[in-house]
Design a protein around this ligand. Sequence first.
Ligand code: PLP
Length: 342
Amino acid sequence: MLPAMPGIIERYQERLPFAPGDPVVSLNEGSTPLILAERLSERAGLEVWLKLEGANPTGSFKDRGMTCAVSAAVREGAEAVICASTGNTAASAAAYSARAGLRGAVIVPEGKIATGKLAQALMHGARVVALRGNFDEALKLVRELATRHPVSLVNSVNDFRIEGQKTAAFEIVEQLPSELDALCIPVGNAGNITAYWKGFNEAGLKPRMYGFQAAGAAPLVHGKPVEHPETVASAIRIGNPARWEEAMNAMTSSGGAVKAVTDGEILMAYRFLAANEGVFCEPASAASVAGLLVHGPAENVNRVVCVLTGHGLKDPDTALDQAGAVVACDPELSAIERAVLE
Ligand SMILES: *Cc1c(COP(=O)(O)O)cnc(C)c1O
């Protein structure tokens, strides 16, 4: 039998704040596929690779950060972990705290999280609190709560999350046949773009960093917080990113940019990837590809990696809303022939 690929703490221990013998809470996250997207490359006019972060154990990149944040919480003797979440942090925190035997509590904006993510958080036994408010208000409250009680806050304001998530950049460097010119990535709370930039820097690379926000939730594009963020891409429905300055620094010092894409553009890229590349991501993830297609590559950019942050199954409601209809059929050969072939 081939040995299983270990999780990111074991793979990259010397580049992470963990020592041999430290407790490790892992679901063997990371080691996700990086695939060449031929049809997308043709359409975009350059070589495009997709980093499939939906292939992580709970279906999003959050697992890379969560293995580190929860392992550190165990090392510190925490009894519970808590987070505010647009959905995927909640699903991941719930899974890793279940695995660690810790209590987990997740605060989500009421009615605003995708069905699959809610199902995950509940199944893993987390206390799910639906806040009558948005993500930004939820984050403010859990930060306050964590200063008053012995609970570990596992949002991306926690530096262990950034440490874990930077390993995706290490993997890209290992997986690509030659150097990338640019990275395209959706930006919500701005932890992930911060983490990739850190990872590339540690690996000695400086690709241009292009961050894409949804037009209705684009504080970095406007240069000021958005009070009522709105977008179909619920994972990036954030009006006041916690890692604001670090994200802007990543984009400006790499020669990249932050730009907005409309919900229509996001959904176009979402359908294109599913129908033409066989890759089903969630709407927020498709913002990276929408940004590339709408805003185009910069000069001298020939090879880009688009980060597809989460799996499409997370949000079945948006998928069914965007997809074609099911074909009903009577149980007869002639009817089947018509249904299948016409
Ligand atoms: C969390 C998340 C994002 C945004 O990442 P940030 O670190 O908050 O910028 C994008 N896409 C998906 C699917 C996510 O779960």
